[in-house]
Design a protein around this ligand. Structure first.
Ligand code: ADP
Ligand code: MG
Length: 280
C-alpha cells in the first residue's frame, strides 16, 4: 500500500471484528481490566454491562488506543491497533467531555471528517453532505450554530452520535449513551442502531440498564474487571453470572433478583433470569 495516510472508512468491510486476547489494563498498578479474551463478531451489536467501576469505559478507551495495555493484544480488522486507520468511532461518557469548550454543533460534527481531510484541506461536497445527513438523521440540523454547552443532555448525545455517523465508521463504541438523556433521544439512538445493523457496523454500547441490554441487544458482554460472560443476551443473564458481576449488590425479592446499582435504591432493577422485568 503506497498511501500511508489513507483514511477512508466509507468502503464496506466484512471484517469489522474485534479480537481481544488476554488484555490487561491497569491504573497505577491497579488492574482495571484483567485477562480479557473475547472476539466480537463483525456486525454484532453488543451491550457492555457491569457494575460501576467494572472497567467498561476502560475497555472502550483501550479499544481506541487511548490507554496502554499492560498485557495482551487487541486486533481490529485482524490487525493491531495503530497499524492502520481502524475506522472506529468512539463516543465517550458525557461526563468526560468538557462542555465549556467553545465549539458549535457544526464544528463538532465537522471534526469527524478531519481524519479523511488531513488538516490542510477544505471540506468538499462529500464532507458537507455527510455532515448534513448526520445532523438531519439526529434531528439537530436547526442547532448547527449553537455552542455545545447550551444544549440539553439529550441534544449533546445527539451531537456526538451525529459526529460518529459522519465518520462513517466500521465500528462504533458508545459509552453510556442512554444515561441522562430524554426518552425521545433514547428512541432515536435505538433507531440509529437498527440502521447500523443493516449496514453491519459493529456496535458496542456500555449501559447500566440490564433490561435494555437483554431486550434490545442481541449480544451482551458482562464485565467485572474480568470477563464474566459474552454471548446471546438471553444466555448471558443467569442468576449465577449476575451474582458474579454484581456481587453484594444483588438480592432476592420473591422470584426476582434485584440489583441495587447505586444511591440507596434509586436505581434498582429487578432481574428474572430469561424473563427480565424492571421495577423502579
Ligand atoms: P466503568 O466505566 O465500568 O464504571 P471504569 O473503566 O471507569 O469503569 O473504571 C474501572 C476502574 O478503573 C475503576 O476502579 C476506576 O476507579 C479505575 N479508574 C478509571 N479511570 C481511572 C484513572 N484515570 N485513574 C485511576 N483509576 C481509574
Ligand atoms: Mg464508565
Amino acid at each position: 500500500m503506497m498511501h500511508t495516510r489513507k483514511s477512508d472508512c466509507s468502503e464496506a468491510t466484512d471484517d469489522a471484528r474485534i479480537e481481544l486476547s488476554r488484555v490487561g489494563v491497569s491504573y497505577n498498578g491497579q488492574p482495571a481490566l484483567d485477562d480479557i479474551t473475547v472476539t466480537i463478531e463483525h456486525g454484532a451489536q453488543v451491550a457492555v454491562v457491569g457494575p460501576n467501576g467494572a472497567g467498561k469505559s476502560t475497555l472502550f478507551k483501550a479499544l481506541v488506543g487511548l490507554l496502554p495495555l499492560r498485557q495482551g493484544q487487541i486486533l481490529i480488522h485482524g490487525r493491531p491497533l495503530g497499524s492502520h486507520n481502524n475506522c472506529v468511532a468512539y463516543i465517550p461518557q458525557r461526563e468526560e467531555i468538557d462542555w465549556r469548550f467553545p465549539v458549535t454543533v457544526n464544528d463538532v460534527v465537522m471534526m469527524s471528517r478531519y481524519g479523511r481531510l488531513g488538516w490542510l484541506r477544505r471540506p468538499g461536497a462529500r464532507d458537507m453532505k455527510a455532515i448534513a445527513a448526520a445532523l438531519d438523521q439526529l434531528g439537530i440540523a436547526n442547532l448547527a450554530d449553537i455552542s455545545i454547552g447550551e444544549l440539553s443532555g439529550g441534544q449533546q448525545q445527539r451531537v456526538f452520535l451525529a459526529r460518529a455517523l459522519a465518520q462513517e465508521p466500521h465500528i462504533l463504541l458508545m459509552d453510556e449513551p442512554f444515561t441522562g438523556v430524554d426518552v425521545s433521544t433514547q428512541e432515536t439512538i435505538l433507531d440509529v442502531l437498527t440502521q447500523l445493523r443493516q449496514r453491519s457496523v459493529t456496535v458496542l454500547v456500555a449501559t447500566h440498564d440490564l433490561n435494555m441490554a437483554a431486550t434490545r441487544f442481541e449480544k451482551t458482554l458482562l464485565l467485572n474487571h474480568r470477563l464474566i460472560a459474552y454471548g446471546h443476551s438471553e444466555e448471558v443473564f443467569t442468576s449465577e453470572t449476575i451474582r458474579q458481576a454484581f456481587g453484594a449488590q444483588v438480592f432476592e425479592v420473591g422470584a426476582n433478583l434485584v440489583i441495587d446499582q447505586c444511591c440507596g435504591g434509586h436505581n434498582q432493577q429487578a432481574i428474572q433470569p430469561l424473563d427480565i422485568k424492571t421495577r423502579t
